[in-house]
Design a protein around this ligand. Structure first.
Ligand code: MLT
Length: 404
């Protein structure tokens, strides 16, 4: 009889957003007369910007003619997209990254789950608590996390860095030494961030102890404050200790289109072994490239028209964030985030756990959010709302929340 990878069996429950979807669908089925407002999963609601739609139409037409048809994409991505990425996301910010250090993919979620394959199983990971569940779950599947303790909701071989209002949601260097450090800035789920000076300390620390930072910058487009870093490569020394993950989902509405990229600098080495070469080998073996039409759409994100349209789209969502933040504050909630990220992180009312509050909002306001404890034990007592709804829905949800 075949044997399964029993690391999968260690995973408690289903993926957070699948659990929520199941609960919400069951409620909807039982109450077909209720109109739910979904501010749970961070999925966008605004249509693709016109510049992106134009690029898609144009490239679809190219595929209709033998002379301009495209088959397999180069496995690391088309040169036109990698060059646009470097120019706009890195060179313009003074970061020293070259086009052959960019690996185009179908999104940051896959990359953030797959990147751990480069590392030995006895490497110890450090994650913020609360945390985007993919970082931990993908390491569980690989067998790197030890034993799960139901009472503490923690894995024996994972180092947790609590991020709560007590430390202003800024992780502290752990007591135990990690090999891999996951940082998501601006942060999902808390919507908070750290300064460039604070990130520089993490880079110095990682270089000193020989750790790799896996830096998820999926929410970079939402940064509004000056001293928040847009890329880890703004920090000195990051080329020898950091991998950066980027997404087109949140800045350009590609959640259903799928495009992202990972930066692995050539200076990032374990002894003589280059992580860049390993990731290139892995990409070449396991991936046949993001579709041509999608990469053309990605290129349009960096066109002058695309940039202007997407700036407006980000502003649209951040208007929601500001409205949720001020509306909930007025209603007496303690609220965090929502300034450099499209997530609002609020304290649940006294005596209500995150899941109690989830049920309470679902049943009494027909509003769906995400319970903080779903992101880790330190998320208990918190709740996440996204700013990715429409203005109308966000306004209606606030009205319902205030009426409770
Ligand atoms: C979230 O809600 O945390 C995000 O949508 C998850 C993701 O980007 O995969």
């Amino acid at each position: 009889m075949f044997k399964v990878n029993d690391n999968f069996l260690k995973l408690p429950g289903s993926y957070l957003f699948s659990t929520i979807a199941k609960k919400v669908n069951a409620y909807s089925k039982a109450h077909p007369d209720k109109t739910l407002i979904r501010l749970g999963i961070g999925d966008v609601t605004q249509p693709l910007a016109p510049a992106i739609i134009d690029a898609l139409h144009k490239s679809v037409d190219e595929m209709a003619h033998a002379e301009s048809f495209h088959g397999y994409a180069p496995d690391l991505g088309y040169e036109f997209l990698r060059t646009a990425i470097v120019k706009n996301d890195y060179t313009s910010r003074g970061c020293e990254i070259s086009a052959d250090e960019i690996f185009v993919s179908d999104g940051a979620k896959c990359d953030s789950g797959n990147i751990q394959e480069l590392f030995a199983l006895d490497n110890k990971i450090a994650v913020c608590d609360p945390v985007y569940p993919v970082y931990v779950d993908s390491n569980v599947m690989a067998g790197r996390t030890g034993v799960y303790d139901l009472s503490t909701e923690r894995w024996s071989q994972v180092i947790y860095m609590p991020c709560t209002k007590e430390n202003n949601f800024v992780p502290e260097f752990p007591k135990e030494q990690p090999d891999l450090i996951y940082l998501c800035i601006p942060n999902n789920p808390t919507g908070t961030t750290i300064t460039k000076a604070q990130l520089q300390e993490w880079v110095n620390y990682a270089n000193k102890i020989g750790a790799v930072i896996i830096y998820d910058a999926a929410y970079e487009a939402y940064i509004s404050e000056e001293d928040v870093p847009h890329s880890i490569y703004e920090c000195e020394g990051a080329r020898t200790c950091a991998i950066e993950l980027r997404s087109f989902s949140k800045n350009a509405g590609f959640t259903g289109v799928r495009l992202g990229f990972t930066v692995v600098p050539k200076d990032l080495k374990s002894g003589e072994v280059s992580l860049h070469d390993m990731w290139a080998r892995r990409h070449g073996t396991k991936y046949n490239g993001a579709p041509y039409i999608v990469q053309r759409a990605g290129e349009a994100v960096y066109s002058e028209a695309g940039k202007a349209q997407l700036k407006e789209q980000v502003a649209y969502y951040m208007k929601n964030a500001a409205a949720i933040k001020s509306g909930l504050t007025e209603a007496g909630y303690e609220v965090f985030g929502g300034v450099n990220a499209p997530y609002i992180w609020l304290k649940t009312p006294e005596h209500m756990t995150s899941w109690d509050f989830f049920d309470y909002l679902l049943e009494n306001a027909n509003v769906v959010g995400t319970p903080g404890s779903g992101f880790g034990p330190c998320g208990e007592g918190y709740f996440r709302l996204t700013a990715f709804g429409s203005h109308e829905n966000t306004k209606a949800a606030l009205k319902r929340l205030k009426a409770l």
